[in-house]
Design a protein around this ligand. Sequence first.
Ligand SMILES: Cc1ncc(COP(=O)(O)O)c(C=O)c1O
Length: 465
Amino acid sequence: MTTRPPTGSRSARDLERYAALFSTRTKVMKSSAMRDLMAVIARDDIISLAGGAPDMTVFPAEVMAKVMSQLAAEQSARALQYGPTEGLEDVKEAIIEVMAAEGTIGVDPQDILVTTGGQQVIDLFCRTLIDPGDVIIAEAPTYPGAVPCFGAYEADVVQVEMDSDGMRIDELEAVLDQLARENRRPKFIYTVPTFHNPAGVTMSLPRRKRLVEVAAERELLVLEDNPYGLLRYEGDPLPTLYSLDGGQFVVYLGTFSKIFAAGVRLGWAVAPGPVYHKLNIGKQAADLCSSPLSQLFVSTYFRTGEWPQLLSAFKERYHRRRDVMLDALAEFFGPEAVWTHPQGGLFLWATLPDFIDTTDLLARALEENVAFVPGRGAYLDGRGGSSMRLNFSYVSDEDIREGVRRIGAIVHEQVALYGTLTGTVVPSSPVADERPAPGGPDQALADVLHLPRRAGDGRRAGSSE
Ligand SMILES: Cc1ncc(COP(=O)(O)O)c(C=O)c1O
């Protein structure tokens, strides 16, 4: 028997031999920015503001033990058996309860497809709808984990700008008009309307209403990806797109990852009949069914009626950490940077001066044992180069502060270096608690979501003003 050489020691010839076997699709497949970072950020000495992981220390180990023992005692054979592709009725009850808690009521269990994480919904949706070259509309930036999926199905992704009220629907309509002139009909609009990953912004109610109208007028599908809707720390709850549309053109994506446990790998889609049917067939091919063990673990837990307390515990912790991060940014990033102020969720999006490339900055940050997701991972067209996504759910308050301090120090180092090289005046030190005010509506967009800066922007380090 031959032994397999370790992965790292493949020769060029080995690689060539495999290369001839790969599908054309693999040439456009991109790895996710976050997944690439996983190996590095798993190191104990790294402060990771890069992942999107919940803090599972919130979930008491004794509760897990109790629920697992109850499950083993009462439903062992069922939990260890295959299940139906569409999911067990038991877990669908929990899903209906979760959706109702956000105001989405009247969901028909028959429209729910239980999936292996919300991520599988994105994959199945692309598998079902996308032929190579088909158009998907997404936000700019978009969820970094969707990027490899869109790539794998060879979609042509058109990214629509956002501002602090979420996706700009006027721009969406202009994009749709332009595509119509080219005889191209997008297969779907992908959006994370609430506590956007990575942008940290939320789509306003008027825009939600208009988006749903646009979808109906043009008969376009919308995939509403909503992992964070229940993680609100301030402001008033907003209706889901799904509830506004009544399940006609909006397909809903939910997950237990952020409100219960990411390790159960359970999510769901709610879709109209014909779409549901195709998604179901796609899922049969992908994995037959999602783990019944996980599904029954979730449903057994939800039956205890304790999940609202668990949700409150997550919210309390993340709310505090969000504030710690906002304070740390004001203290350590100073006037060179701007960032979003999320009302919920797990992320915020910071944008640095154009001359700083956050992919390069990450290499420097890793030397200081701190990580973030560089902004390019959220675009399919190379934009996002001076932005970064920062996560505040996973590490302790102290580490958030220390991580931001380290990144801030590197940013100042880069700004000073740029100043020396170009002879421009730069601030000598971060200004505590001073967040630059937006210069006007257009500039607010640029600040929040990495649009090109206006000429003569006096707040930018290196500018002549
Ligand atoms: C916007 C968005 N969609 C989908 C997912 C996938 O989540 P999961 O597969 O854990 O349900 C995530 C995870 O972070 C996310 O942020």
